[in-house]
Design a binder for this molecule. Structure first.
Ligand code: FE2
Length: 209
């Protein structure tokens, strides 16, 4: 099973640009929050989140076409590689997100961009960002215009088919799922993060996201 340490080592061979490293961390944290949401293995989901854009810096125009072979050769599990490939579904791959992990990755990849843009504008970053004010920015198409809202909503629509039982399924079946996610990411990962990550999340303009 992919560990955070292994994901970090693999990523470090490919990703050098600071903004891409931060994006990888943001998606990693978001995946941790989603793992908690679904009662799954937090570190495993974080590791996959961290590694999800493995080939993007070197091959921005051929994103996810240089992922499968090297990661399989590096011993990453085929299911984990599949999950990574599925976050480009309909964009640069035809691997449809099927599991909760895959649907979460598809959704939070773009969502974290908007959250980060929100957090950057606030002195305390994400720490005092309320869901209500986030949703306002989410609806304002001029704000962080490059972040594709349709992709996030497509991910949320996939959540309707999330397989988790009971309450979680209900929560995920609507924008409530998104809100639950935002709430969980706000509180996630303060304890237990390592020093390097903590440094990045503590940057005044970034905080958690
Ligand atoms: Fe990404």
């Amino acid at each position: 099973m992919l560990t955070l340490e292994r994901a970090r080592a693999l990523n470090d061979t490919m990703i050098t640009q600071e903004h891409l490293k931060i994006h990888a961390l943001n998606v990693s944290y978001a995946m941790g929050a989603m793992a908690r949401h679904f009662g799954e293995d937090v570190e495993h989901w974080e590791a996959i989140g961290l590694l999800h854009d493995y080939d993007y810096e070197k091959y921005p125009d051929e994103h996810l076409r240089h992922t499968e072979a090297p990661l399989l050769a590096a011993g990453v599990d085929p299911d984990e590689v599949r999950a990574i490939l599925s976050h480009g579904y309909g964009i640069c791959t035809d691997v449809e997100p099927v599991t909760n992990l895959e649907k979460s990755l598809f959704t939070v990849d773009e969502l974290t961009g908007i959250i980060q843009a929100c957090a950057r504008m606030r002195p305390k970053g994400i720490t005092d960002l309320e869901v209500k004010s986030f949703m306002k920015k989410f609806k304002d198409k001029k704000f962080a215009a490059k972040c594709d809202r349709a992709l996030v909503l497509k991910g949320c629509a996939m959540a309707v088919r999330f397989t988790a039982p009971g309450k979680i399924q209900q929560a995920a079946a609507s924008t409530g799922g998104l809100i639950h996610f935002l709430k969980s990411i706000k509180t996630a990962n303060t304890p237990g993060i390592d020093a390097a990550q903590h440094q990045i999340v503590s940057l005044p303009h970034l905080h958690l996201i």
